[in-house]
Design a protein around this ligand. Structure first.
Ligand code: ARG
Length: 585
């Protein structure tokens, strides 16, 4: 609900009390968007719902309310329609004044949050020495967008990369590292073992085939946990190598985040278990320390335990998340903690959060939100894979998006007989290619699976990044064609609305605030994508119907301002999605 709707709702509620007395305080006027724009912008349906209680005809109730309703500064005189709807139509002068106000505002009418707070977005979070796969790509893109929106609203956002940098797999990796790169462990130099993923695979093969190797690996885990210097050194080398590879992806995607991996919480793990024991929540089960969960059962229908300490004394993913949760609440003072992972982890989150709640670790004013997302599918509808059936390397995936964009662009330039510099082509290919991947992800409702299709995401038509960026380019084309500086249309220049398509565009421009508020609440970036897509569509209709540069003043300047407002809204909205615009493409 935007500010205008809030105001109308309030005035309607007041009129209701004025008409029928204080008993009707707090009755919802049931204000909704008009079912058909022909009837105006909004309609209030309260008269119909009160008919029985008041023992009056709904139309008579509606007239009594309208009689007391003072909204002459916002709407045309209200009309009563059908069985008793109150139809409201915004006044042209009101819309014009609203647009004139946002045009001077760099935030385009979106206020900062009334109560800015500390928010943590836990996203991306790949695992060291393992593949950063399309699931991590989704988490990275969605998490970054959520963080951007919260930052824009003025919250203090901590972007955390909960990297999987601890665990028993390091025993195997370090043992293998000692075998194949013994020199790396004795020199201070950084190590280049090439592709870490194939290194992991080879280590795993050794591990699976050789019992002696397994035993050494187990000892290596113990040494790591005890903090043995040479083992720690090896561990750091592996992390460093992974980090470099992750950073390549973050640079390509323009992602900023702070690494605070699982290992960060090591020293807090024993206390977590101790505190759970003190709270009387821990039971021993075959040597492991467990917390039994409500609502989760195994196949035999017996209550399911969450293991917080294994029988060998080691801790696990859930224990670490419990420690991280406490740290984020106590040390970071977070008021909302948002976890962006695939839906497959939903149980993990509800389980460790249930334990945290039982232990009373989550204060009432702290919200914990798991933001789950679906799978990325190939065009065959199965899990996204390369032709040979391997997982797709993210770098290859992004490179391919860029090179396909470049090929499309070069073909288009040829067709249009345009000559552009290599630098221009590179820049457009990079911006559009990367944006296409991001937008394809963000424009889907994140809870559903989506099909990864280069053809679709790179198309200049439809709900795609190229289409959106092109709409922006079009607005800038108008400024170039008319040799007009949008930023310099004059402080006194005013927006005047005449044509239907101008009204439609104007009303949509005024809804940005509402949409951002929704995304901030529901953490569904696709709503912002839909909004921007509709904006481009409404802009195109306006542009087809209303001459801009060729019209007379004051309409000409007003229309130029509508172009500018559209451009700024697109630019801001796309920026919140992590997408850059181009002046030309
Ligand atoms: N490293 C995990 C994975 O790759 C994701 C971690 C998500 N964050 C968390 N606090 N559990 O699946």
């Amino acid at each position: 609900m935007n500010a205008t709707q809030e105001q109308l709702k309030l005035k309607l509620a007041q009129a209701l009390v004025a008409a029928f007395g204080a008993d009707y305080t707090g009755v919802d006027p049931i204000l909704v968007t008009a079912s058909n724009p022909k009837f105006g912008d909004f309609q209030a349906n309260v008269a119909l719902s009160l008919s029985k209680k008041l023992g009056m005809q709904p139309r008579a109730i509606a007239s009594a309310i309208v009689e007391k309703l003072d909204i002459s500064d916002i709407c045309e005189p209200p009309e009563i329609a059908g069985p008793g709807f109150i139809n409201l139509k915004l006044q042209t002068s009101y819309l014009e004044a609203q647009l004139n106000a946002i045009k001077a505002d760099s935030r385009l009418g979106v206020p900062t949050a009334k109560n800015p707070q500390k928010e943590i977005v836990d996203f991306s979070s790949p695992n060291i020495a393992k593949e950063m796969h399309v699931g991590h790509l989704r988490s990275t893109i969605i998490g970054d967008c959520i963080a951007r929106i919260l930052e824009f609203r003025g919250h203090d956002v901590l972007r955390l990369n909960h990297v999987g940098d601890w665990g028993t797999q390091f025993g195997m990796l370090i043992t293998y590292l000692r075998e194949v790169y013994p020199e790396a462990l004795t020199t201070a130099n950084a190590l280049d073992i090439g592709d870490l993923v194939s290194f992991y695979r080879q280590a795993k093969q050794r591990f699976d085939a050789d019992a002696a190797f397994q035993e050494t690996a187990r000892q290596e885990v113990v040494r790591l946990q005890a903090g043995a210097e040479d083992t720690l050194h090896a561990w750091k080398l592996l992390c460093e190598q992974s980090r470099k590879e992750f950073q390549i992806i973050y640079d390509l995607l323009d992602i900023k985040l702070i690494e605070r991996g699982e290992s960060f919480y090591n020293s807090f793990l024993p206390v977590v278990v101790e505190d759970l024991e003190t709270a009387g929540l821990v039971k021993e089960n075959q040597g492991a320390k467990c917390v039994f969960l409500d609502g989760f059962t195994n196949r035999e229908g017996e209550p399911l335990p969450l293991i917080v300490q294994k029988s060998d004394g080691g801790y696990n993913y859930a224990t670490t998340d419990l420690a991280a949760l406490r740290y984020r609440i106590q040390e970071d003072q977070a008021k909302r903690i948002i976890y962006v992972t695939d839906e497959g982890q939903a149980n993990h989150f509800s389980q460790f959060l249930q334990v945290a709640k039982k232990a009373n670790w989550i204060p009432d004013d702290v919200k914990i939100v798991h933001v789950p997302f679906g799978l990325v599918l190939g065009e065959d509808g199965k899990k996204f894979k390369t032709r040979s059936g391997d997982t797709v390397r993210l770098r290859d995936l992004l490179d391919e998006a860029v090179s396909r964009t470049r090929a499309d662009l070069e073909a288009r330039l040829k067709e249009e007989g345009r000559e552009e510099t290599e630098e221009f082509i590179n820049n457009v290919a990079n911006v559009v290619g990367i944006s296409a991947v991001k937008y394809a992800d963000l424009s889907q409702n994140r809870t559903s699976n989506y099909v990864f299709s280069y053809d679709k995401m790179l198309s200049l038509k439809g709900n795609t990044a190229p289409y959106m960026i092109y709409a922006y380019v079009r607005t800038q084309g108008i400024s170039r064609e008319g040799n007009i500086d949008f930023a310099n249309l004059g402080d006194n220049a005013e927006i005047v609305l005449r044509e239907e398509t101008e009204f439609t565009l104007a009303k949509h421009l005024l809804q940005l605030d509402e949409v951002i508020g929704e995304v901030e609440q529901d953490l569904l970036p696709n709503r912002l994508c839909d909004y921007l897509y509709n904006l481009s569509d409404k802009f195109n209709k306006f542009y087809e119907n209303c001459p801009v540069l060729k019209s007379e003043e004051p309409v000409r300047t007003s229309r130029l301002m509508l172009c500018d407002l559209t451009a700024r809204t697109l630019k801001l909205g796309l920026d919140l999605l992590g997408i850059n615009v181009l002046e030309r493409m």
